[in-house]
Each structure stands twice: as C-alpha cells, then as structure tokens.
Design a protein around this ligand. Structure first.
Ligand code: ATP
Ligand code: MG
Length: 330
C-alpha cells in the first residue's frame, strides 16, 4: 500500500502545514510506502521569485527529514523531476469542466485577491495538475489538510469520466485522509480564516515553524479569543479558544474531549494559553534543531532528490504509458 502527499515551496512552513500534514507523515511509514514530494510546479501558480522556490525546496526537504521521515521507508522527491506529470496533466485536463474548476474554494479565495483581468490559468487548473500527481504513483491514500479534500474529490471525478470513456481502470484516486485534529488550523488573529503560508508575513496570526521561540510565545499569548473565560470547544461561538484547543490536542496526540476535560476547571484564558505555548515551544525546539542539521547539508539533500527521482519516475512512466496507449497516443 502506498500514500501520497506534497507541500508547495511557497513560503515559510506554518503551524497549519505542520499539524495538518507534516506531523502525520511519519505515522504512515510503517503501514504504507509514502511518496512525499515538494510541489514546486504548483508553486508557480502565483507569481514567485525563482530563488524563493529554490531555497524553500531545500527547506521543505529538511522539514520532511526533521519531522522524522526515514529515507529508507519514504520516497522524498521533487515534483518537477518527474516530467511525466506534465504530460498526464495535458491529457486529463480534457476530462474536467470549467464550471467545476471555478467552484473550487481555493480558486475562489486566491483569485479574489487578484486583478480580475489577470488571473493565471494555472491557478484555475491547479487541481488538474494535482490529480496527475495523485494518479502517477498508484497510491491508496492521500493524507491532506481539510482544504485539499475538495481537490481530491475532483480528481475522483476525472478518474470516473476517463475510466468510463475508455472502459478501463488505469486512473486510481487515493482516498483523502484527514486527521481528526489539526486538519483545519485557523489564523490566531482571525480564527475564522485558515492559517496559510502565503498570508502576510508580518501577520501575528501565523506561526511559522522557524519563528523565534519568544515570538511564538507572544503570538499564542495574544491570540484573539472571546470575552468569556471558560475553556470549552465551540468552534462557532468560541473560534479562537477552539482553535487553540485543536492545536493542543494535536501536539499532545489526544482528543478534543480530553482537552475539554483537562481545562474545564481552568479559570483564566492566560493559564490555558501558557500551557499551549509551552507545549508548542518544546516540540518546535526539537524540530528546529533537527531542521538546521539537515538544511546545512545541501549535498545530502541533492542526493536524496536525485536518487528518489529515479524511483518515482519508474512508477510514473508505467502509468503514463498505459494512459497514452488507451487514449491513442501510442
Ligand atoms: P498556500 O497559501 O501557498 O496555499 P498553504 O499553507 O495552504 O500555502 P500548501 O502547500 O497549499 O500550504 O498545503 C500543504 C499541506 O498543508 C496540505 O496538505 C494542506 O491541506 C495543509 N494545510 C495548509 N494549511 C493548513 C491549515 N491551516 N490547517 C491544516 N492543514 C493545512
Ligand atoms: Mg494551500
């Protein structure tokens, strides 16, 4: 059994990325062979400095390793090393409708911030390229944050249409797996909004995994909450406190109900926030040290990309070859 997931090298990794995806990857290593990639082609869907992509690509691989991914169990690779993904994208793009793509939440949110006359087509067709990634490694599951589930479902629609047209079962969409806690971390300054790495860098609402640990404490202590003082889970009326509870549950690997129990006697939000900050800082400290170790060894990182490109490409070629035959290109 295989698992697939990726992160874009588009900015500093956030606590949302960490709790929603990165932290869980290593759990899959014993049950599945994970294919985890740096989604560098996807990074081009909004204007980005070339050096930013290059540097963030090394950052991401270092985070993958720092979070406990083992190169003997996991295939860590770069999306752009697999040329087959572009070819498959060009074929399957004919099996999705413009109406479907225009209804994607991510497209609506990201395009709303742009000049309406200058919305890149790549931003629009982002889920198609993602579908190509999902098919090429013959994977069974796909661990993602909640925001990506819609895209996985769209891939399933492409699969259904394609397989029906050609009476085949070549395309296979892995099942989206969303962790119970951590899959929808919100901004600390606006807890109704998703925490994203493309948010304003100076926002107090985003915790970056490379933030100075004193800054992390300040951000948690000044997280927006309600006027009440009771700690309990109620995402509608208490989005700020519920978000912090979710962060704590995920860090401690316990359920929201257990967090409820632990803090129901807590009389002050400040005490609860301090607990969250302590817990987060101790986890981040270890991650940051391990990150530094890998990030300083570019040669080792290059070797990993090179070796794994070969492994990933083998699977990609097999699937693409079948697709090209069935549609008449071969
Ligand atoms: P961008 O703003 O550039 O889209 P992002 O923070 O959304 O950045 P991605 O590279 O798009 O990051 O996503 C990487 C992974 O992180 C995906 O699995 C996504 O679902 C997950 N993820 C992103 N934001 C959150 C969040 N706030 N909570 C939980 N998971 C998240
Ligand atoms: Mg995103």
């Amino acid at each position: 059994m295989k698992a697939i997931s990726g992160i874009k090298p588009t900015g500093r990794i956030t606590l949302g990325n960490y709790l929603g995806s990165l932290k869980h990857f290593k759990e899959y290593q014993n049950k599945y062979t994970p294919y985890i990639f740096v989604a560098d082609i996807h990074a081009l869907t909004l204007p980005i400095d070339p050096n930013e992509i290059r540097e963030r690509t090394y950052d991401l691989l270092s985070y993958y390793l720092a979070s406990g991914l083992d190169i003997n169990k996991t295939v860590l690779f770069k999306q752009s090393d697999i040329l087959e993904v572009g070819q498959l994208n060009s074929i399957i793009i004919n099996f999705i409708y413009m109406g479907e793509l225009s209804r994607m939440t991510q497209f609506k949110q990201k395009s709303a911030l742009l000049n309406q006359e200058a919305i890149g087509v790549g931003l629009f067709t982002y889920p198609v390229l993602m579908a190509a990634d999902l098919y090429l490694y013959d994977c069974d599951v796909c661990p993602v944050g909640e925001d990506q589930v819609q895209h996985v479902e769209l891939a399933r629609e492409i699969e259904r249409r394609f397989n029906k047209r050609y009476q085949t079962n070549i395309l296979k969409t892995p099942k989206a797996i969303v962790s119970k806690t951590g899959s929808r971390i919100k901004s600390l300054s606006d807890p109704t909004k998703k925490m994203s790495k493309s948010d304003d860098e100076h926002s107090k609402g985003v915790i970056y995994m490379d933030d100075d640990l004193n800054v992390v404490r300040k951000k948690i202590m000044s997280a927006v909450t309600d006027m009440d003082s009771k700690v309990f889970y109620d995402p509608i009326n208490k989005p700020g406190i519920s978000n912090l509870m979710e962060i704590y549950a995920c860090l401690k690997n316990i359920s929201i109900e257990q967090v409820d129990d632990l803090f129901k006697q807590c009389a002050r939000y400040g005490d609860f926030k301090k607990e969250v900050a302590d817990c987060l800082i101790s986890e981040m400290q270890v991650l940051q040290e391990r990150f530094k170790y890998y990030r300083n060894n570019k040669k080792y990182l290059d070797e990993i990309f090179e070796k794994n490109a070969g492994i990933a490409r083998k699977s990609a070629q097999t699937i693409l070859n079948k697709v090209e035959k069935v549609v008449g290109l071969k």
